[in-house]
Every structure is written in structure tokens, then in C-alpha cells.
Design a protein around this ligand. Structure first.
Ligand SMILES: Nc1nc2c(c(=O)[nH]1)N[C@H]1C(S)=C(S)[C@@H](COP(=O)(O)OP(=O)(O)OC[C@H]3O[C@@H](n4cnc5c(=O)[nH]c(N)nc54)[C@H](O)[C@@H]3O)O[C@H]1N2
Ligand SMILES: Nc1nc2c(c(=O)[nH]1)N[C@H]1C(S)=C(S)[C@@H](COP(=O)(O)OP(=O)(O)OC[C@H]3O[C@@H](n4cnc5c(=O)[nH]c(N)nc54)[C@H](O)[C@@H]3O)O[C@H]1N2
Ligand SMILES: [Mo]
Length: 823
């Protein structure tokens, strides 16, 4: 990934919640929006009521979203890529393609190197020992000037379109039925419904969440649907798009501001250890256009990055010292994600773990391993408003937490924090809207704001460095800390830093004598950022959120003149208040909206005009500058080149634990490019011993592990249960409401059985496959009955690209258990 530079918007809606009302067809696949996003789901209800939109649900369970759908189809957990590639095959075979869009706005016409290929379930370049691909063949043929070669007639056998056609050829309706357990007629019915949206004036929206992400090939599931949406011409359209429904109310904000080990705010990257100097780092990120005349917006990367470094280190970041590039840590591995941190902890390599707003003992896989890891720490600090299972991991709760406290030496400090209702600041929703909110209550007892606690720690650590020195004190000593009260930075101060301001006068790029921003003033938006040190900005994509107009996140004007749900004066959406990403693609090559009734913008002969902020230079001529300005091609990608670690097209892979072998390559376990820790290779089971597919999910009555502390929620859903089909219950002699033991190779849990028709057995490769549904909300703290959810059972393995654990498909066994409650 790093050799090809930054990723953008790791997951967000391309559109917005309010835009869903514009759609003709909603497909909820890989999520359960009615239950997990009930408030946002009202926009689906709007589309159904006012446009006659239809709703498709594809899910292993007939869930609460399915209950209000127009068409439901079951699917085996972990088999979605086959389904999606099957849809692509059907669209191509039945000519349900928006040809003008595909030819011009995607890389369909680009020619791929002759060395690229696929066989036995693997793309070219696989190195079994490294569990990694040499991706050099996954790229375009270039001409003498360095531009990618294209064949706009789509006849060349090496063009992306023909490679895609060949790639999906095996995914026939029969193949889909065989792998996914989805009855062929249901699959074909869904293909017909989707196919209607290839008409220029018909749109489908995809709403997905964890049913797609929590797999060892999660990112490829999402790619699969993104490709469908491109073939239909639905990206950039009102009512279209790829809509990642984010989880916690501000998880979008978390990824945006780079709270991940390999990111810098705004989806910039932490350098790798191979990038030892600024030039090497920056040159591999500011891509030159791959086709003549294209924008390649990441050419502005140096402006975003220099402004970030100035926000961090002010005067200590200078042109002479390459903006203090040597202050940044350099990654020696792709990421230090949570799985890796616990792996290192388990190896005894970590002494102190700071756990802020996180309850990993319940939320991360393989509890046995996590408990062992936490027991090897010298100190665990938990910053949380609640007493969590993680902070009490050392307590014995009988079968619910069977540990020996005397053998655990870890010192645990609990620092009580406030929660969102006691805080002021912005929450960023799935639609990228930064919405300011105000504190609704005063903190109870000794609870302190997270910012206060972190400021105390920072100031004390800095004092130690001042007094005692250290190996490399400069990044700590020189960190900018200009807050009115250094003990507690205020939300407005932090927000203004993220927006950015002029440090010295900022000059017009065309006319260097003209000052566009005076020193000390807030920047209007990121178009005013510079790479000469005259600007600072904490998070370039947020620039514009708090400019000289004031706090734009606090705007509350709900007028919507276009009627398209744009609400341009409500809060602030990144980037630059744009509500629908790639909206230039909502108009054809001449700049005429594909659907005049849902026009987001149109070319008036001189510039782009419409209700949304154009996602292109306002004067970029249609037919010359292509809509996907973040890509150096100017087009979107049906073939992702080397951007993804596990292949440029999605290909069927089984979960690491699967009831069947991989049909392409029986030797292959899971995703061949997913990282598996050496000491964990033994953790995986086979279906002889563990014949059933476990999957895990949430319920609308609880929010993860917080609400079990609240007696009302704890009364609504008091007790841990698992859901199974009538057939499996009969086979195992389990009765509805009876007690069961569920176990995997890694652990066991006890639960009530809910026997339901909402889960049906599936036939996969001639075999009956039963699914065991495991909701996740219980633990041993709080007001609900003690229990333990799926993560005593789940495997310690993540997605090849983003390391999201494989929570949605693993193997278990189940049997009736004694009724008497065990202590
Ligand atoms: N009430 C409530 N709302 C919440 C939360 C909560 O705890 N409580 N949590 C929030 C958070 S952090 C998040 S991330 C979101 C999550 O939102 P969702 O992803 O919608 O929630 P889940 O219940 O985890 O899973 C969704 C569905 O995926 C299905 N599924 C499982 N495996 C597969 C598969 O392989 N393919 C397909 N197609 N479907 C599969 C499950 O059966 C389930 O119906 O919810 C948020 N909203
Ligand atoms: N098997 C399985 N496992 C899963 C999932 C699944 O579907 N299946 N879903 C996964 C997903 S999507 C998620 S998001 C995780 C959730 O996992 P976690 O994030 O670990 O779970 P939460 O209960 O949301 O924990 C957040 C903690 O933050 C605290 N908190 C709330 N407000 C504040 C604040 O202002 N400051 C601080 N310091 N703390 C605060 C809460 O009290 C709570 O203890 O679980 C994951 N685990
Ligand atoms: Mo989440």
C-alpha cells in the first residue's frame, strides 16, 4: 500500500444519510441497519414511502431489516464475494451496463501488464512463505511518456474490462448457489432488481457495515459492491453510492483524525522505515497524473503534510530540517493494530498499556489469549466512565471469568472519564458531517474530561524530559501547546487547530504579490494550504470547519432548496462541505446530469453549478478532466492495481475456519495475504470437530457493553442467548429456552437457546451448513445477568488490508447443557 501512497476515506458514506431518500433501490447486505442504525434507517423508510423504492436484504439471518424488506435472500457467512462477482457476471451477460460511464469514468479501458494473471485462487506473484504478493505485475502498461495505455474500444484482450469478464466467468448462478447456499432463483431475482439500476435515471444505494468488514477479506467484499455500483453508473449519483454505516457515533472522526497506528490525520501516512528522508517519503505520494490532463489531487500532499507538521511542531519544523520529518516515528511493520499489540503483549514485550474508551476483553477475539496478554503487563491504565471487564480482567467470576487473581501481578489504574453527554465538541457521522454538540450534564464524582487527563500526562512527561533528558526528547519538548489553559485544552481551540490558520501572510499562487490570508487568520479551506511553512493545519480534510465565518459545525439551518436532502447549511461535511463524493460523475461526458430530476450539478458552458459543492475544479471542462480526481488516472478503478494486499479483483476465499474447502485451491486456508501470527497457526479448527458456522452481531436494545450497566436496557435484554434453526435444535436435542454450551477450539460459553425459523440451514457444496447466531452484549460487569459473548470463541486473525478481526465467520460446536445455573 505504501508504495502506491495514501488511501482515502477508509470507510464513510460516499453520500449521506439524508441522501438515501433519493434512491430507487436499497440493498442492505453485510449489515442490519434497521437494528444497528435505526435512526438513519428512517431515510430508507422515506425512500420507500415517497419514491416507491424497494429494499433487498441479503443476510444469513432473517433479521429486523429483512422483516421490512421487499426481498430477502439468505447467504452463508463469509461467502459474499462469490455472490457479488456472480452479480457482475450477470450484469455483463445481460448488458446491464452504463457503457458511457464504464468506458470513461472507470479504468475499464486501461491495459494491464501481460505478466498479470490468476490461477488456483491466487493472483500472480504469490510468495507462500511470506504470505504476501509481489504486486509489480498488478499494474498498467505504460507508454514512453509514462502514461497508462488505454483502448477506448474495449477490444484489447489486456484491457481491464476483458480481464474482469474473464475473472468473473466462473461465478455462474449455479456456482453462487453452491458456494453461498443462496437458492439460484433468489440470486437471479436479485440480479434482475439490481440490473434495472443500470439505466441512467435509476439508482441503487448500498448500505453495509460489519457483515462485510469483519472477515479476513472484508475490504474485498466492499470492493465487490463498489465495482457493481461503477458498472451501473451509480457512484456520484444522488441516491447512489457506497455507504459504509459507521459504528460508534464518532468512529468516523476517529479514522479521519488518524487514530490508527499507520495514519496521520486526513488519511496521510506515517512513514515506513524505508522512507528515511522527506524526499523519499513525499515523492512516493504526490502522484503525477497517469493520463494526460488529469487532476491527481494528491499532488497537493506536500501542502497537507507540511501544514500538519507546522501544527505539531510550529517553529521547530522548518524547511531546513525537512519540517522535522525526523520527529515522526517510522513503521517497521505495516501497522501496530490491536491484534498486533495484544500479540506483542502476549509475548511479554509490553510493560504498560493505556486503554482509553475501549473494552478489548469483550470486543477483541480469543479472550483466553487476551487475558494471558493482560496478565503479562506491569501496568494497565483504563480511562473510562464505567468499570469495564478489561479493568476487572483479573477478577474471578466462576465460569464467566475463570481466572486465578493470585497469579496475576498486573497493576491496574482506573481513571474515570466523562462520556459524550458531558463533553462539548464535534461528532462526525457516517456521512462525514461534523456536527457540534454541547455538554448536557456535569461530570459526576471524580470524572474528568479525557482532554484534561491527557494534558496532565503530557505535561508531566514533558517535565520529566526537561529535568532528566532522554533518548530523543525533541518531539516532546517542541510539541506546540498554545492553549489558554495548558492544563485543559478547550474543544474550540482544538477545532480551530484542525481547521488551520495562516502563520505568516499567505500569497496567491498565481500572483505572489497578493496576500490571500493575513497572518493569524483562520484558513477558509484546504485550498489555501501551502507547503512553504506559511500555514498550519491539524487535519486537512476538516479545513473549513472553523474558519473566519466561525464554527460551521454548529450551523443548524435545515433549509433544502433542491429537495435532494443536501442541507448545505446544516453542520459541515468534509471535504469543503461537499455532501456527495465524486458528484462530477452524476453528469455525462457533456456535463448533462444523467438524471435531471436528481441533478447535483451541471455544466453551464463555463462552470459547474448545482446544489452540491462540485467534486472537481469548478471550471474543469467536461470530457477533458475525468471525475475521480483523487486517482492519478482521473477514473475510478475496477482493477485496483497494487492498492490492495490481496488482489486487484475480489476473488472467492473461504474464512480461516470454514465448513468447506476452498473450491479453487483446497490447500488454501483463509485469505492467503492475511497476517497470521506464528504462535497462532495452531488456533484454527476444521469442520470435523466443529461443524457449525458461528457468526456474531448486535441487538438494538443494547449498545455494546455499556448499556448492560443500565437497569432498563438490562431488563429489555437481560441474558446472553444464541440463535439456532429448528433443524439444528432437533438434531442436537436442544429446546427453545433451554441452556446450551457453545465451544470453539479457543473457548466455551453457556447461553440460553433461541430456536427460530429466522435462521435456516443452507446447502453448500452438497453439505448441510447450520449457522449459530451469537449476539455480543454480555459480560460479567453491570446490571444484566452474567454471561460471555462470541469473543471467547472467535479466532485471532484479521483482514489482509485493515486487520479487522474475522468476527463474522468461524467454527463452533453446540450441545444441550445442564439447566441449573453454575455460579
Ligand atoms: N443498538 C445498537 N446499535 C449499534 C451498535 C450497538 O452495539 N447497538 N453498535 C454500533 C457499531 S460500533 C457498529 S460497527 C454498527 C454495526 O452495524 P451492523 O454491521 O449492521 O451490525 P451487526 O449486528 O454486527 O451485523 C450486521 C449483520 O451482518 C450479518 N452477517 C454476518 N455475517 C455475514 C456475512 O458474511 N455476509 C452478510 N451479507 N451478512 C453477514 C449478521 O447476520 C447481521 O444481521 O452498529 C452500530 N449500532
Ligand atoms: N465478536 C464480535 N466482536 C466485536 C464485534 C462484533 O460484531 N462481533 N464488533 C466490533 C466493533 S464494530 C466494535 S466498535 C467493538 C466495540 O468495542 P469497544 O469499543 O471495546 O466497546 P464499547 O463498549 O463501545 O467500549 C467503549 C468504552 O468506551 C467508554 N466510553 C464512552 N465514552 C467515553 C469517553 O468519552 N471517554 C472515554 N475514555 N471512554 C468512553 C465506554 O464506557 C466503554 O467502556 O467491538 C468489536 N467486537
Ligand atoms: Mo463498530
Amino acid at each position: 500500500m505504501s508504495s502506491l501512497g495514501p488511501t482515502f476515506g477508509r470507510g464513510a458514506m460516499t453520500n449521506s444519510w439524508t441522501d438515501i431518500k433519493n434512491t430507487d433501490l436499497v440493498i442492505v447486505m453485510g449489515g442490519n441497519a434497521a437494528e444497528a442504525h435505526p435512526c438513519g434507517f428512517k431515510w430508507v423508510t422515506e425512500a420507500k414511502a415517497h419514491r416507491g423504492a424497494r429494499l433487498i436484504v441479503v443476510d444469513p439471518r432473517y433479521n429486523r431489516t429483512a422483516a421490512v424488506s421487499d426481498y430477502y435472500s439468505p447467504i452463508r457467512p463469509g461467502s459474499d464475494i462469490s455472490f457479488l462477482m456472480g452479480v457482475i457476471r450477470w450484469l455483463i451477460e445481460n448488458d446491464k451496463v452504463n457503457w458511457e460511464y464504464v468506458t470513461n469514468y472507470t479504468n475499464a479501458a486501461f491495459l494491464v501488464k501481460d505478466e498479470f494473471g490468476w490461477s488456483d485462487g491466487l493472483f500472480s506473484g504469490y510468495d507462500e512463505e511470506k504470505r504476501d504478493f509481489d504486486k509489480s505485475s498488478w499494474d498498467y502498461k505504460k507508454d514512453a511518456e509514462g502514461y497508462a495505455q488505454v483502448d477506448m474500444t474495449l477490444k484489447d484482450p489486456r484491457c481491464v474490462w476483458n480481464l474482469l469478464k474473464a475473472h468473473v466467468d466462473v461465478y455462474t448462478p449455479e456456482f453462487v448457489e453452491d458456494i453461498c447456499g443462496t437458492p439460484k432463483e433468489k440470486f437471479l431475482h436479485i440480479c434482475e432488481m439490481i440490473g434495472e439500476c443500470s439505466a441512467p435515471d435509476k439508482v441503487m444505494t448500498s448500505m453495509y457495515a460489519l457483515g462485510w468488514t469483519q472477515h479476513s477479506k472484508g475490504a474485498q467484499n466492499i470492493r465487490g459492491m463498489a465495482m457493481i455500483q461503477l458498472i451501473l453508473g451509480n457512484i456520484g449519483m444522488a441516491g447512489g453510492g457506497m455507504n459504509a454505516l459507521r459504528g460508534h457515533s464518532n468512529i468516523q472522526g476517529l479514522t479521519d483524525i488518524g487514530l490508527m497506528s499507520n495514519l496521520i490525520p486526513g488519511y496521510l501516512n506515517i512513514p515506513t522505515e524505508k522512507e528515511t528522508d522527506w524526499q523519499t517519503y513525499i515523492s512516493s505520494r504526490s502522484f503525477v497524473p497517469l493520463r494526460p490532463g488529469q487532476t491527481s489531487y494528491w499532488q497537493n500532499y506536500p501542502k497537507f503534510m507540511v501544514s500538519f507538521m507546522k501544527a505539531m511542531w510550529g517553529d521547530a519544523a522548518t524547511a531546513e530540517n525537512d519540517w522535522a520529518f525526523h520527529y515522526l516515528p517510522k513503521l517497521d511493520v505495516p501497522t501496530y493494530d490491536v491484534l498486533r499489540m495484544f500479540e506483542l503483549m502476549n509475548q511479554g514485550q509490553i510493560n504498560l498499556y493505556f486503554c482509553q474508551g475501549f473494552n478489548p476483553l469483550l470486543s477483541f477475539p480469543n479472550r483466553g489469549k487476551l487475558t494471558e496478554a493482560l496478565s503479562k503487563l506491569k501496568m494497565l491504565v483504563v480511562m473510562d466512565p464505567l468499570a469495564t471487564e478489561t479493568s476487572h480482567f483479573w477478577e474471578n467470576h466462576g465460569i464467566y471469568n475463570d481466572v486465578d487473581p493470585a497469579s496475576i501481578q498486573t497493576e491496574v489504574l482506573e481513571l474515570p472519564t466523562t462520556c459524550f453527554a458531558e463533553d462539548e465538541g464535534a461528532l462526525v457521522n457516517s456521512g462525514r458531517w461534523l456536527q457540534w454538540h454541547w455538554a448536557g450534564a456535569t461530570p459526576p464524582g471524580e470524572a474528568k474530561h479525557d482532554t484534561w487527563i491527557m494534558a496532565q500526562i503530557f505535561r508531566r512527561v514533558r517535565k520529566l524530559y526537561e529535568e532528566e533528558g532522554g533518548v530523543f526528547p525533541d518531539p516532546i519538548l517542541n510539541l506546540t501547546w498554545n492553549y489558554a489553559d495548558p492544563d485543559e485544552p478547550m474543544p474550540d481551540e482544538l477545532a480551530r487547530e484542525m481547521n488551520g490558520r495562516a502563520l505568516t501572510p499567505v500569497y496567491d499562487t498565481a500572483d505572489p504579490t497578493k496576500v490571500v490570508v493575513e497572518a493569524g487568520k483562520q484558513l477558509k479551506n484546504f485550498s489555501q494550504l501551502r507547503d512553504d511553512g506559511s500555514t498550519m493545519c491539524g487535519c486537512w480534510i476538516y479545513s473549513g470547519c472553523w474558519n473566519e465565518d466561525g464554527n460551521n459545525m454548529a450551523r443548524r439551518d435545515n433549509s433544502d432548496p433542491s429537495g435532494l436532502g443536501v442541507f448545505a447549511d446544516w453542520a459541515f461535511a468534509w471535504p469543503v462541505n461537499r455532501r456527495i463524493l465524486y458528484n462530477r460523475a452524476s453528469a455525462d461526458m457533456q456535463g448533462r446530469p444523467w438524471d435531471p430530476e436528481r441533478a447535483l450539478l451541471a455544466w453551464n458552458g463555463e462552470r459547474w453549478e448545482g446544489p452540491d459543492v462540485p467534486d472537481i475544479s469548478p471550471t474543469a471542462k467536461p470530457g477533458e478532466v475525468m471525475p475521480f480526481i483523487m486517482n492519478p488516472e482521473g477514473t475510478s478503478r475496477l482493477f485496483t492495481r497494487g492498492m490492495m494486499r490481496d488482489g486487484p479483483f475480489p476473488t472467492h476465499m473461504e474464512p480461516f475456519e470454514s465448513p468447506v474447502e476452498n473450491v479453487f485451491n483446497a490447500k488454501m486456508r483463509g485469505n492467503p495475504a492475511s497476517r497470521v501470527f506464528v504462535d497462532d497457526a495452531e488456533q484454527f479448527a476444521t469442520s470435523d470437530e466443529f461443524p457449525f458456522v458461528g457468526t456474531s452481531y448486535r441487538l438494538t436494545e443494547h449498545f455494546h457493553y455499556w448499556t448492560k450497566h443500565n437497569p432498563v436496557n438490562a431488563t429489555l435484554q437481560p441474558q446472553f442467548f444464541v440463535e439456532i434453526s429448528v433443524e439444528l435444535a432437533n438434531e442436537k436435542g436442544i429446546r427453545n429456552g433451554g441452556r446450551v454450551r457453545v465451544w470453539s477450539k479457543r473457548g466455551e460459553v453457556w447461553a440460553k437457546a433461541v430456536v427460530t425459523k429466522r435462521i435456516q440451514p443452507l446447502t453448500v457444496r452438497g453439505k448441510t451448513v447450520h449457522v449459530v447466531g451469537i449476539p455480543l452484549h454480555w459480560g460479567f460487569m453491570g446490571a444484566a445477568k452474567k454471561g460471555f459473548g462470541p469473543n471467547s470463541l472467535t479466532p485471532f486473525v484479521g483482514d489482509a488490508n485493515v486487520e479487522t478481526p474475522e468476527f463474522k465467520a468461524f467454527l463452533v460446536n453446540i450441545e444441550p447443557a445442564a439447566e441449573e445455573p453454575v455460579a
